[in-house]
Ligand binder design. Structure first.
Ligand code: PHE
Length: 344
């Protein structure tokens, strides 16, 4: 038995010298020192020995086991060091190599147009007023001179919610009421704001109409504001947006919250009025609905309409953006298709 122990010691030690990796080392450990290992198995045989030999055998077996465990950890230290050295040399990176290009995000075409609008209106003295997208029916309609069952409500198909009176705004005009109430100091201060933001209508989605779209509302309230101020302001905006030669025209129209009401066209910036596919050979493009604020609306905003007057307008940036970039289908705007978005 002692013989077997000694030759096992010899065999294990020799084999350990050929072990060069952590994996092989783990196998070696299992083979000799593990629960099913050769040394353990030999030690179990101690019961079969004559009693006078047992003590000596047990002592020797423990010596072998300890010696092998020490050799094991010495070998482990060497292998770990080798492997670390190898990892360090193989894992070296060439910091002089060119990096991978990062893809840089761009601005959505609507955002670009909105920013330009905002810039121009800021230059002209209009500050941004943020108004809510989730509105109440009163502010979206009733306070804008469209009481329940008013036929003009049908012009704007509405997203209702399960909460009574809570809707998604169908236009930015409810912001007229909110901005007057927030900034007018009970009808004592003039205001001049734009209200950009998303609007929602429960419409059939087609190439030309979406259930969501931006509007930029403008509101100016003061003493002695007249229709000529509205016309001059819009014409100035058009010149700054579409160039010094931009011509505008005003057509009589109808909105319940303005009186008189107009629609504004700008001469087509592609064909300069001679007619092309974009303007449908009309030479003109519609850019806004507008008008003098209705006395009922001014009163709902806290102003005395016999003293104060004002104008309001609403513009839709998506349509203009489509024309500028020759975008054929409005559904691209909210389709989240990078192939579209990356073009801007
Ligand atoms: N809110 C109107 C629309 O959505 C546009 C508008 C705004 C008209 C302000 C007049 C004054 O069509």
């Amino acid at each position: 038995m002692q013989e077997a122990l000694n030759s096992l010691h010899q065999e294990a030690t020799t084999e350990l010298e050929t072990v060069t990796s952590s994996d092989a080392l783990r196998e070696w450990e299992l083979k000799y020192l593990g629960k099913q290992g050769a040394v353990t198995k030999l030690m179990r045989g101690v019961g079969g020995l004559p009693s006078e030999e047992r003590a000596a055998f047990g002592k020797r077996a423990n010596e072998v086991k300890t010696a092998l465990a020490e050799s094991y950890s010495a070998r482990e230290t060497v292998i770990k060091a080798q492997e670390l050295a190898r990892d360090l040399s193989q894992g070296q990176i060439d910091i002089t190599l060119a990096g991978r290009p990062l893809s840089v995000g761009g601005l959505h075409p609507s955002t670009q147009t909105l920013r330009r609008y905002r810039e121009i209106w800021a230059e002209m003295g209009f500050q941004v007023f943020r108004s809510r997208e989730v509105e109440d029916d009163d502010t979206n309609f009733t306070l804008l001179n469209m009481p329940p069952h008013h036929p003009a409500r049908d012009m704007q198909d509405t997203f209702y919610t399960t909460t009574p009176n809570v809707i998604l705004r169908t236009h930015t005009s409810p912001g007229q009421i909110r901005s007057m109430r927030a900034l007018g100091a009970d009808g004592t201060q003039p205001i001049r704001v734009i209200l950009p933001g998303m609007c929602y209508r429960f419409e059939q989605i087609t190439t030309r109409s979406e259930i969501q779209f931006h509007q930029v509302e403008g509101v100016a309230v003061g003493r002695g504001i007249r229709m000529t101020d509205l016309k001059g302001t819009i014409a100035e905006f058009a010149r700054r947006m579409y160039g010094d030669n931009a011509q505008v025209r005003f057509r009589a129209s109808y909105f319940p919250f303005t009186e008189p009401s107009i629609e504004v066209d700008v001469e087509c910036f592609l064909c300069e009025g001679s007619g092309c596919r974009v303007c449908k050979y009309a030479g003109w493009l519609e850019i806004a609905g507008a008008g003098m604020m209705h006395p009922v609306v001014l009163r709902n905003g806290g102003y005395d309409p016999s003293v104060w007057s004002g104008f309001a307008f609403g513009m839709g940036p998506e349509r203009v953006t489509m024309l500028m970039h020759d975008i054929q289908d409005i559904r691209y705007f909210w389709g989240n298709d990078l192939r579209f978005l990356e073009q801007f």
